[in-house]
Design a protein around this ligand. Sequence first.
Ligand code: FUL
Length: 630
Amino acid sequence: MHKKILLFCSLPILSLLFTSCVKEVEAPAPYGALPSESQLAWQQMEYYMFIHFGPNTFTDVEWGDGKEDPKVFNPTQMDCRQWASIAKEAGMKAIIITAKHHDGFCLWPSQYSTHTVRESLWKDGKGDVLRELSDACKEYGLKFGVYLSPWDQNHPSYGTPEYNEVFANTLAEVLGSYGDVFEQWFDGANGDAHKGKRQEYDWDLFHKTVYSYHPQAVIFSDVGPGCRWMGNEKGIAGETNWSRLNIKGFEPGLGAPPSDTLTRGNINGEAWVPAETDVSIRPGWFYSPRTDNQVKNLNQLMDIYYTSIGRNSNLLLNVPPSREGRIHPNDSARLMEFRQAIDDSFARDLAQGASLHAINTRGGSAKYKAEHLLDEAYDSYWAADDDVLSTAIEITLQKPETFNRFLVQEYIPLGQRVAAFSLEIWDENTANWEMIADGTTIGYKRILRFHQVTTQKLRLNIKEALACPVLNKVEIYNAPEHFYTSSAEGADKADEIVALAEKWNIDSPAEKGNRDIIDGNMHTTRTFSNLEPIILNLGETLSLQGFSYTPADNMFASHITKYNLYVSEDGSEWKEIRKEAVFNNIKNNPIRQDVWFSDPVEARYVKLEALETTTNTTSYTIAEIKVMVE
Ligand code: FUL
């Protein structure tokens, strides 16, 4: 009886005690716009392949005009399994292909177009690149994505409301025929807009069509909704890179936010639209035999790795197949070296085995302890109390180590929060903390690069956060600093046949400094402030095969988009070579533009007349002009 009473009396007290001891500390409330499940899975893919392939591969232009003969498309040894096996070996998780670029040419036999593989010579018009590639992706365990350009220079209905239906049907045809599609890529370019041909796109219809076939697909465009263009084609995401973006009132393409906004995102943007960095392994997006020796070298690719994946962005690396329909050995060899360099850089995580001490741990609870930063589980994390917006974590390594990379991840399912942070190391000699790197945003993944340091103790300071910080990973590495590529680099084949420039002169505009545009140095650029023609005097008559214009390497500078080109033997009688011709994609990718003549011409003078510029002003830049000789 006595015992019973005791039990009866103490039960509520015990249970109270029990609940107060093990009462779960509540997880941090999510902050701001959040990733969907498919956006999170997409972000974790990190690295995948872009394939630009189509008539441009054979005609050596970046933008076909839709008038090209479909018969030019005729790969001789087409092999999508080769592309897929290379992507797999390279460590990539997927392939996205230009199913339809701006020329409107469809890489599958579309019933909504007459400009397709069916009209080509390839496999007697019976081939289907999307079928072969989607099958190869399945075989190699890669995801498959499609690029379809809304801008279409071939389709007769383009520029009318009817085109929206055509485009939606085209989308449905692709999305319903080749299995899973993880990403739908909508290009924003519209080079026809200046001709008054401005299609009002029905984006709602396009999005509905995509989601009706693939609810999980991530839709890429300048403004998402799944992921966004990172704002340049050089592979350099913003050091500050928010995955949130203001999208209300904006549209892909002409109605997009400024490109530097896309590079950084918006701190409190209303939607979760993470950045994807698209960049080509060659200067252009399409294959050209002239760029076989201009494949980016390993140091350039490693830089891109750090400025894309290392800055809270996925990397979509373009590897354009050749006219054979195969990835060129120079590109595949470089991809393998790149993979090796990544593996070597992140081979041994020196943070493993370290002891961690957080100044603040949420509710003092083991559930949010700093040790979670070292484990492999994605969903375990360290978090601070709600009112803590700046704090620090000390990391004590098992022994002093030498390192030069620091990787940190926020647990983005709860939102992106950190706005400023720094990394310090403990200096035994001075008994002081010494700052070695700092940054603003972290996001899904941030990798800091710095010169090698040796220490046993580091301190990660979260200096500013929009809500209590929530991190799930830190890693420390000692990466090789420089990489060497196997083949000779930098040799520009086209340059080998460029005429010697000593005798040359710029006759108009006749200012001394204008020699900068023929000094062979890409870094000395001139700005011309009116549309006065540029006259290049070669000092002798040469047999010219072509002409090239290299703009300043800066997408915010003004570049020539439309031009006339003439040659002359005597400087007074001019022969027209190009009239109202266009330098394509020069705004987003300001690289050297080659103009090849159909037949060699004898000339001593070349005249370039700029007609329009990327900024719609009369000023424009030139880094270099050149002529190609026989
Ligand atoms: C741009 C296009 O105009 C280029 O040709 C290329 O496809 C690139 C990926 O996107 O907007």
